[in-house]
Design a binder for this molecule. Sequence first.
Ligand SMILES: NC(=O)c1ccc[n+]([C@@H]2O[C@H](COP(=O)([O-])OP(=O)(O)OC[C@H]3O[C@@H](n4cnc5c(N)ncnc54)[C@H](OP(=O)(O)O)[C@@H]3O)[C@@H](O)[C@H]2O)c1
Length: 328
Amino acid sequence: MGERVDISKVPVRKLYTGAVMPAVGLGTFGSDKYTSEQVSEAVFGAVSAGYRMLDCASVYQNEDQIGKVLDRLFSEKIVSREELFITSKVWNDQHREVKKACKKSLSDLKLSYIDLYFVHWPFPNYHAPGCDGDSRNPDSKPFSVDEFMDTWRQCEELVDEGLVKAIGMSNMTVSKLEKVLPLCRIKPAALEMECHPSFQQQELFGYAISHRIVPIGFCPIGSPSRPERDRTAEDVADTELEEVVAVAKNHNIHPAVVCLKWAVQRGLCPIPFSVKESQYISNLKCTTEDPLTDEEMLLLSKADKNCRLVKGQVFLWPGAEDWTQLWD
Ligand SMILES: NC(=O)c1ccc[n+]([C@@H]2O[C@H](COP(=O)([O-])OP(=O)(O)OC[C@H]3O[C@@H](n4cnc5c(N)ncnc54)[C@H](OP(=O)(O)O)[C@@H]3O)[C@@H](O)[C@H]2O)c1
């Protein structure tokens, strides 16, 4: 058994539902680089080391493997179901059959409920996993409030039926939230959004906080292992930003860990991915010790380059000009 992190020292976030979750979770998207066996082994190791929050999704194609590991964690009494906070997400091709999608995730994960269930993207636009960045699905359409609300109503029913404890939105913008929030019978408890020092999304972050929606930050380290097809020449590497490197030197820590300390101290809940034990342990442990100073937080707040990495270009509709149209 490796190192254990004192979970009582990890900061927490409280949802408006009253549920409490740790302020850092484990991402589970292995991308093209890591197999579902590697990811699920990391889930076992990470939970054994103290992680209590897992960010899952059906499109990551590993919920069945993670389910086997959860079963083992429960049967070996390493952790109980109630101690874990588990998310999942409905993929774009299942917006018309959300209950079916949720039940499949529940059965794969071998759970009777999910703590937080997201609409992964606010469009039903689908692309084949691993497809090339320039491919377009002829059925893709721009954002529609009516279509989104139809999907959200189905999510609200999942709460009514107890299949999920809370629901959330992902990959939204302030303008889309302003249109849909007044229509929600059950408000989103959390918002999953891309967030790292070179892409701070201050307006969206502030909007979420002011509406009592917990912001969860994906790609918190700037996703250094993302596939080639998701890279462009303009992308900035967060771990090479001069502000991040300077703070890392002050604390004698890896720049990746600076990104996570910054996120947690800012009020975000980052969900870093790693299958490497020393990395995932330091990603959790860093929230329990040696905080950044106010001066360092201020310095990092100035590192923003408005550098969106997950541009979503594969979800564009035929005739759309470029990916910025997805983010109005
Ligand atoms: N809602 C959405 O649409 C959405 C979109 C994207 C991601 N997500 C979620 O967010 C999670 C995280 O995003 P991500 O995996 O793209 O990016 P990330 O967490 O920013 O980057 C992960 C990579 O950072 C490196 N790393 C991790 N810890 C490190 C450490 N302590 N020191 C040095 N390097 C470290 C590892 O690289 P090596 O592999 O090279 O070691 C790892 O593969 C995903 O797994 C997924 O759960 C959600």
